[in-house]
Ligand binder design. Structure first.
Ligand SMILES: CC(C)(COP(=O)(O)OP(=O)(O)OC[C@H]1O[C@@H](n2cnc3c(N)ncnc32)[C@H](O)[C@@H]1OP(=O)(O)O)[C@@H](O)C(=O)NCCC(=O)NCCS
Length: 263
């Protein structure tokens, strides 16, 4: 069960037609109301209020830190979010997530709805040199146990994000990204960076021909839509370049789009 320290934000899921409404838990109670705040004020006095609200009002979602209790939900979510042909050995195991919690709890987030983990996002801090080198996933992160986490680094680096297929397009990914951007501010980092999958590249390339670079440039200009890259651009990330041979990912042509956000 989450404690008041774990809970970072409460969002109202508005269904596919609308955005989530963000009622954000800032540093301490009462809740700070930011973004698309509801017109009525919402000020629970303790985390228990939020948790019972979550249970009894089915449209409220929590964004909280990953906890040991939510790890089973987060690993199950991986299997729902990355079906074949995505390689199963690349998914998080409980041992990986336990290590993430031990090494860098401030960078691990989950979205919880109806007591179920419906979204998760993992990140580490990397050095400026590591960021500028633009290596593949394994070399950048140090692998699934994120051995390259550097508390003195400059860049919050997103290792993955996933939203359950039944809850996509309702702002869950945006809410998790808001938690990441908040972490960049609170940790005093220079940027958020990630190299995102481009899973619609294979189909696009079969239909139109063209390289991952041509594809990413089109997506960045809004002339093509990618189910992963497009949402991340909508969150305010800027396209930097393509990284070839980033990870084994047939749908993405083994490439990824390097994206950056600065506070
Ligand atoms: C990518 C992902 C995290 C997005 O999460 P989400 O909760 O569905 O996205 P959101 O509801 O926050 O959508 C954000 C924006 O992207 C747009 N968007 C969402 N899905 C889209 C799609 N399939 N194609 C194009 N645009 C899309 C939305 O319209 C929204 O824009 P708006 O707010 O300006 O209207 C989610 O689809 C996912 O888990 N994908 C599979 C796992 C994956 O590939 N992860 C990335 C690894 S790098």
């Amino acid at each position: 069960m989450a404690t008041s320290l774990d809970v970072l934000a409460v969002h109202r899921l508005c269904g596919k037609s609308g955005r989530t409404t963000a009622v954000r838990y800032a540093a301490s109670w009462p809740l700070a109301v930011k973004g698309n705040a509801p017109s009525h004020s919402f000020r629970p006095t303790a985390s228990q209020s939020i948790l019972s609200l979550n249970r009894h009002n089915s449209d409220w979602m929590l964004v909280q830190r990953l906890t040991f209790e939510t790890i089973p939900g987060a690993t199950a979510l991986q299997r729902d979010c990355f079906p074949a042909p995505f390689p199963e050995e690349l998914l998080w195991s409980s041992a990986h997530l336990e290590e993430h919690l031990r090494v860098f709890p401030e960078g691990q987030f989950v979205a919880v709805f109806d007591d179920k983990v419906i979204g998760s996002a993992s990140a580490l801090i990397i050095s400026e040199e590591n960021w500028q080198a633009h290596h593949d996933w394994d070399t950048t992160t140090g692998g699934h146990f994120m051995r390259n986490h550097d508390p003195k680094g400059t860049t919050l680096y997103g290792m993955d994000i996933s939203v359950h297929p039944d809850y996509r397009g309702q702002g869950v990914g945006r809410a998790l990204y808001q938690a990441r951007f908040d972490a960049v501010f609170s940790l005093g980092l220079a940027r958020y960076g990630t190299a995102c999958r481009i899973p619609d590249y294979a189909a696009w390339s079969e239909a139109h021909g063209g390289s991952p670079i041509e594809y990413c440039e089109k997506v960045a200009r809004g002339e093509a839509r990618d189910r992963t890259m497009t949402p991340l651009l909508r969150y305010g990330l800027r396209y930097v370049q393509v990284l070839n041979d980033y990870m084994d990912d047939i749908e993405s042509g083994n490439s990824a789009a390097l994206l950056e956000w600065k506070p």
